[in-house]
Ligand binder design. Structure first.
Ligand code: AGP
Length: 609
């Protein structure tokens, strides 16, 4: 997610903007910029870290004057992280600067219209459209011009704008993405996040949905989109700065587990079709090339491998293409069979995992068309693939992948549906129906998060376990693998995931009285067999935690503990099933005093072989 800071008051704005942006660095970003109003508009922006921006500003203090200013750190979603794509973006007159956090879904249509109307757009971003639209609407009142533009914008965004001819005014807009007003003494501020400005004030007005803030040094006016004023409702923030960076959560991992509904919504936004047809132009794969594919290979590591395994089930079911999946570090050493008719999917949230990168490079050398599924715009895997399908989970700071796992599965399901649409294995109405199931995921995950108190109790019961087995069938199997990985990597308890049908071929020897077994028993065509496997381990004394579908009539008679998740299509179930599994690992680890954000021996991105 991008970071936004705005200041208007008696002091020089620049140092306050830089300080605020530095407090947002924890969010992750790939470029930064500022705009100041001092009789005219000055904009300085650079790709890279804040140090690049500071250097461009002439060192720590910088020399850019102005009592009104806005600053931005960008987590790229549209357009690579370059100086030109960094925010702020300006209009043709060079008098209006706009910064933005979120996604303007209809930006391509807006860009086309603006270009036809004679505007010159200098960047690849969705944000720049807004600056030019405001330019066309501006008749001396920036807030009015912004309100005039808003009905044209489709998507989720927090916008902030300034105008050279209106010093002392910052206009902010909130639609889905967060934006808060900071109420100071003789000064006022705007920010995407409390930490950016809490060193200036502890009094905030979080903007409600569809609100426009007109921020001046001595006044703040908040209106709806029609310009009707609404009352301010200030709040006092008592958090420490560290707590504020975590949005009030104790750590990044729990924050990111709870961000999954929003991350899923952002990942699906603007991609679930117009008039029933999916359009994933961003993968840059011509339809005839898609129809020419006779095999799919998935290469990934860790959690990304597990989301790739879920994708295997979905692609084989909906597209009827054979899918091979391989641990990336094994892939190129096994002399895999692939050629120009193979589509290789490289799944990596960081886009920098060397094992996956090398696998992708090998696949390209064999002539395979390579598609990266990554959370990091401009990452190595994005640059070295033929096409990219970005997840939009925002920066994930916890080493244990959580929201990126969910968004990888959502993106891969979208891809499977798109492949089915292009290859004709799915009728348009079938695509539309399944896209509808994807759209339900954010609310289903929200309901699954409500299991947390129950999960916390179970974590208390099992915090001393020595071994934990996770079992599942069909897509319950990758869910079991992921649940085991989460538990072992943050709590250091030995845990293994197995296909439930595989138990009797050896692993069941591990089962003795009291051994915890987590069984993924959600509604699916092989659920009866999972129930049998639960009876197998129960007969040997296991204590069973079952993840079941809400309203399951039988599971309570078989399992010792039941966690009920919302009903989903069986190919999508790992998205909701993984929520209690993540929470279980998290609370066990916390109870064991482990560092859930930085587990021992692990790095967020493994850039060595
Ligand atoms: C998962 O919780 C771990 N952090 C790890 O397995 C991770 O998924 C793996 O290293 C792959 O990382 P990537 O998605 O950045 O390539």
């Amino acid at each position: 997610m991008c970071g936004i800071v705005g200041y208007v008051g008696p002091e020089q704005a620049l140092p306050i903007l830089i300080e605020g942006l530095s407090r947002l660095e924890y969010r992750g970003y790939d470029s930064a910029g500022v705009a100041l109003v001092d009789g005219h508009l000055s904009v300085v922006k650079r790709a890279g870290k804040l140090s690049e921006l500071r250097a461009a500003l002439g060192g720590e203090e910088g020399t850019l004057p102005g009592h009104t200013g806005v600053g931005h750190t960008r987590w790229a979603t549209h357009g690579a992280p370059t100086d030109g794509n960094a925010h702020p973006h300006v209009d043709c007159s060079g008098k209006i600067a706009v910064i933005h956090n979120g996604i303007i879904e209809n930006f391509q249509q807006l860009r086309d219209e603006l270009t036809k109307a004679g505007h010159v757009l200098a960047s690849d971003t969705d944000t720049e459209c807004v600056a030019h639209l405001v330019e066309d609407a501006y008749e001396g009142d920036l807030a009015e011009a912004v309100r005039h533009v808003l009905p044209r914008l489709v998507g989720a965004y927090a916008l902030v704008a300034v105008h050279a001819d209106q010093p002392g005014l910052i206009v902010g807009v909130k639609v889905s993405s967060p934006l808060v007003v900071g109420l100071g003494e003789g000064e006022n501020l705007l920010a995407s996040d409390v930490p950016a400005i809490m060193q200036r004030t502890r009094r905030f007005v979080p903007l409600e949905e569809q609100r426009v803030a007109e921020v001046r040094a001595d006044s703040v006016r908040i209106t709806d989109f029609l310009g009707v004023e609404v009352p301010l409702e200030p709040m006092e923030v008592t958090w420490s700065l560290e707590a504020a960076e975590k949005g009030g959560f104790e750590d990044f991992m729990r924050k990111e587990i709870h961000e999954q509904p929003a991350a899923l919504a952002d990942t699906l936004r603007g991609r679930t079709g117009r008039g029933g047809r999916l359009a994933l132009d961003e993968i840059r794969m011509p339809e005839d090339r898609i129809r020419d594919v006779d095999k799919v290979f998935v290469v990934a590591c860790g959690t990304a491998f597990h989301s790739g395994l879920v994708a295997k089930y979905a692609i084989e079911h909906w597209v009827r293409l054979p899918v091979e999946i391989e641990i990336a570090s094994e892939f190129r050493y096994r002399d895999p069979v692939l050629d120009g008719h193979t589509l290789t999917l490289g799944v990596s949230q960081s886009g920098e995992t060397i094992d996956t990168l090398e696998a992708v490079r090998h696949a390209r050398r064999q002539g395979s068309h390579v598609l990266a599924i990554t959370n990091t715009v401009g990452s190595s895997i994005a640059r070295e693939s033929d096409g990219v399908l970005y997840t939009r989970a925002g920066p994930e700071r916890g080493v244990a992948a959580t929201k990126t796992f969910a968004t990888q599965m959502a993106a891969l399901h979208l891809l499977a549906l798109y492949l089915g649409q292009v290859r004709g294995t799915l009728f348009p109405e079938e695509v539309e129906e399944r896209v509808g199931l994807l759209r339900e995921l954010p609310s289903q995950v929200t309901r699954a998060l409500a299991l947390e108190p129950q999960v916390r109790e179970l974590a208390t019961r099992f915090q001393g376990a020595r071994d934990v087995l996770f079992i599942g069938r069909h897509t319950g199997y990758p869910a079991a693998l992921e649940g085991a990985l989460k538990l072992k990597e943050i709590s250091y308890i030995h845990a293994e995931g197995y296909p439930a049908g595989e138990l009797k071929h050896g692993p069941i020897a591990l089962v003795e009285p009291g051994v915890p077994v987590v069984a993924i028993a959600t509604e699916c065509h092989v659920r009866p067999k999972v129930l049998s496997n639960i009876q197998e381990v129960k007969a040997r004394g296991a204590e069973v935690i079952a993840i079941a579908t809400e309203g399951d009539p039988d599971i309570g008679m078989l399992a010792d503990h039941v966690l009920e998740v919302p009903r989903t299509h069986e190919l999508l179930s790992p998205v909701v099933v993984s929520v209690p599994l993540q929470l279980f690992a998290y609370h066990v680890a916390r109870l064991r005093g482990c560092d859930v954000d930085q587990p021992r021996n692990l790095a967020k991105s493994v850039t060595v072989e």
